[in-house]
Design a protein around this ligand. Structure first.
Ligand code: BGC
Length: 759
């Protein structure tokens, strides 16, 4: 339906009907208005499966959802670093949603992993906004290609579960713009999601659902969002304020508060046009959904299961492989130890939990390849010495022990943050005991976020499967036996200790305010800047083959704001097995007047190479890759400086690099100049720059004359030496130049200031 027709329809609606449209009819349906032919629209949770409620409840009163395919959780699929993997999952989920009569899928979640403690990290993609944005966009393109909408969530700065309904995220504009907003921005601009979910929390004191700055000004006016904003379930506290802010739909049903909107309009407290806008935003998608909904769509769970398997195979991260302990040989004597070998943890807890139509486990999946011995190893969080003894005996009797361990459900879930990053004692004790008798030990991990691994030196192999979805068992076996070559990379840094994380001092202090004191220093941006040792860095992951990088080319030596920098390099598979490599491009700061993270991911690509094959990988970087958010000017600003283009195998392992100079961009700020303006700000103005070029030598002579430029030996410096150190006075006010430039008259200074102020 076109805009005009929708407007006409709205003009025929009563105030009551309009208000009722803006809250759900049920937990999952929007309000229909039969009189005007307005249908309802069905929503269902994602992000890693189509969680359609069957309408039935179990004996505890819990909702039963229809059996469906459980894809890898987002923590896992993000590790693929592969847009195609995410797109394919999205497409397949979109198809299932169509078959289920679901119009909008509530996902993906693209909140930034601020701390590994966040209980919902398994539902989010990354600590890096570029990765989260690119993968989230691909996911949404996939879902929406099937005529089903995606609802990207949870907007904005929703990075903890503690006090999740009430806490206020106290965060700087710079951190919001550089860290917490760009994934949403990329998604809105690239993938045009049908919906955005306003989060539970407040942002700097104002509930997201009532925050017009973000829900309207940024989302719609700046980024061009043209779908509807829905509140997280129960996140609306004031219906009138929500509508006024741009939260078009409150979910779930809140019929008792519809009258508040009617009353506010009747009493002149809110103009009616704001309600009309909300209706228009919602109806444009309701009718779009109705037009795109198809009948008799077949869902093919067998095919979808294969997609789930391939996705987790492309996402598993090989963290350690000493002596090439894996791939395993089918002729070896092998023990699978740990209950996760028979009952893997394959998804997280909370609204995303789906009723998997089948699950596979490694113990069953390995049967086609070889026979393994099995023992459970643990039965709870605390060590069971009988089970550990049994495991030790089993491990002694074989060539290789594979330990299946990780985080149980009770340690990681929506609604609860972790307090530590340790595995259960029983799992760590099992590793200790087994490795004391069996040096060929490999750990397979099932967890939704980073864990400390005090035993890394004692094991030969570590395979991070994250929460791999229903096909995780087969995938694990395919990876362990080399049918598939691991190619996942960590989408988040693994710290050695919780104390090493940048939010450690302020995360979860349980007050009503969450202070984002670390600013933009989140994840690797912190570790790399502060030079903190990590267990495994962001972007890290091994392969069964080797890759070499060469021939890094930059198409220019200097980049200016309007330019595009083209970067290319060659990657060769130098090993003997086909494999996939993730090529990562970081822009690192060498010298820049604005303090910024040491490096930031600005490009990535995943390529497949046969043994001996070489491919050229290309990237294009624009101004944004060299910019920071200038809080005074309220815009991204490219400061001048010297940078390095780094091609790395992780944030920490740089293979190729080349320097690039950036020409700074002059910001027409509303700055008023005076003699108390800093010399640094003065030289950013074109007139200031010319002035300094003109008078630099005279200033240096003045500095020498004043006697402040002495060397350690007591000898006077010469002009050339002082010139090299001149930026040392940039934080001083312009007034000090008066002393160094006696030949300038007071009128000259007044004239200069007037010119700067454009008078
Ligand atoms: C969650 C959302 C979810 C919604 C509906 C909320 O509690 O935060 O992510 O989509 O419930 O289940």
């Amino acid at each position: 339906m076109i805009k005009e027709e929708i407007k006409k329809l709205i003009s025929q609606m009563t105030l009551e009907e309009k208000a009722s449209l803006c809250s759900g009819a049920t937990d999952w349906l929007t309000q229909k208005i039969e009189r005007l032919g307005i249908p309802s629209m069905r929503m269902a949770d994602g992000p890693h499966g189509v969680n359609k409620h069957s309408g039935l409840t179990d004996i505890f009163g819990g909702a039963i959802t229809n059996p469906t395919v459980c894809f890898p959780a987002e923590c896992t699929s993000a590790a693929s670093f592969d847009r195609n993997v995410l797109r394919k999952i999205g497409e397949t989920m979109g198809n299932i949603a169509q078959a289920e009569g679901v119009n909008v899928l509530l996902g993906p979640g693209v909140n930034i992993k601020r701390s590994p403690l966040c209980g919902r990290n398994f539902e989010y993609l990354s600590e890096d906004p570029l990765l989260a944005g690119e993968l989230g966009a691909a996911y949404i393109e996939g879902i929406q290609s099937q005529g089903v909408g995606a609802c990207v969530k949870h907007f904005l700065a929703n990075n903890q579960e503690t006090l999740r309904l009430t806490s206020s995220s106290e965060v700087s504009d710079r951190a919001l713009r550089e860290i917490y907003m760009p994934a949403f921005e990329t998604i809105v601009k690239k993938a045009r999601p049908w919906s955005v979910m306003a989060s539970y929390n407040k942002i700097n004191g104002k509930y997201a659902t009532e925050n017009r700055t973000y829900m309207t000004d940024v989302l719609r006016k700046e980024w061009g969002f043209d779908g509807f904003v829905v509140s997280d379930w129960g996140a609306t506290h004031n219906r009138v304020a929500a509508v006024a802010a741009g939260t078009d739909l409150t979910m779930p049903a809140e019929k008792e508060t519809d009258a508040e909107i009617v009353e506010a309009i009747r009493e002149g407290k809110m103009p009616e046009f704001l309600l009309d806008i909300a209706c228009e935003n919602l109806l444009s998608i309701v009718f779009h959904a109705a037009n795109n909904s198809q009948v008799n769509v077949e869902k093919d769970f067998d095919a979808a299961h294969e997609v789930a398997r391939e996705s987790v195979e492309q996402s598993a991260v090989l963290l350690k492989n000493e002596d090439s302990i894996i791939p395993l040989k089918s002729t070896s004597q092998i023990a699978f130890i740990g209950t996760f070998a028979k009952a893997p943890r394959y998804q997280g807890g909370g609204s995303s939990t789906v009723n998997a139509e089948r699950t596979t486990n490694a113990f069953d999946a390995v049967k086609g390849i070889t026979e393994v011995t099995y023992c459970p190893g643990y039965d709870g969080d605390e060590p069971n010495m009988v089970l550990i003894e049994e495991a030790v005996e089993a491990a002694k009797a074989v060539d290789v022990a594979i330990l299946f361990i990780g985080l149980p459900n009770n340690m990681e879930s929506e609604g609860i943050d972790r307090k530590h990053i340790c595995l259960p004692n029983s799992h760590n004790a099992l590793v200790e005991a087994v490795t004391s008798v069996q040096k060929n030990t490999v750990v397979v991990l099932h967890n939704g976020s980073p864990v400390a691994m005090p035993w890394t030196d004692q094991v030969k192999g570590i395979l991070e499967m994250y929460l791999g979805g229903q096909a995780v068992g087969e995938a694990t076996v395919n990876l362990l036996f080399g049918k598939v070559n691991p190619s996942g990379r960590l989408p988040e840094s693994f710290p050695k200790r919780l104390e090493d994380t940048s939010a450690f001092l302020s995360y979860l202090d349980a007050g009503s305010k969450a202070y984002y004191q670390e600013g933009v220093y989140v994840g690797y941006r912190y570790y790399e800047t502060k030079k903190v040792d990590m267990l495994y860095p962001f972007g890290y992951g091994l392969s069964y083959t080797e890759f070499s990088y060469s021939n890094l080319k930059l198409d220019k030596k200097v980049i200016s704001p309007g330019n595009i920098l083209k970067v290319s390099l060659d990657v060769t598979n130098t090993g003997s097995m086909a494999g996939k490599e993730v090529v990562q491009l970081y822009v690192a700061v060498k010298n820049c007047e604005v303090y910024s993270p040491a490096k930031e991911l600005r490009g990535f690509d995943k390529i497949e190479l046969e043994p001996g094959q070489t491919k050229t990988v290309c990237f294009e970087l624009d101004k944004r890759a060299f910019s920071y958010w200038n809080e005074d000017a309220k815009q991204f600003h490219m400061p001048g400086g010297i940078y390095e283009i780094q091609i790395g195998k992780s944030s920490h392992d740089v293979i190729l690099s080349q320097e690039i100079h950036a020409n700074g961009e002059y910001l027409e700020q509303e700055q008023s100049f005076s003699l108390m303006t800093s010399i640094g700000d003065f030289v950013k103005h074109p007139i200031g720059k010319i002035f300094m070029d003109e008078y630099l030598d005279a200033i240096c002579e003045g500095v020498i004359r004043s006697g402040i430029a002495g060397s350690v030996t007591g000898e006077k410096m010469d002009v050339a030496q002082v010139r090299g150190m001149i930026t040392g006075i940039y934080s001083q006010p312009l007034a000090i130049l008066k002393t160094f430039l006696p030949r300038l008259h007071v009128n000259d200074w007044t004239k200069l200031i007037n010119q700067l102020n454009d008078k």
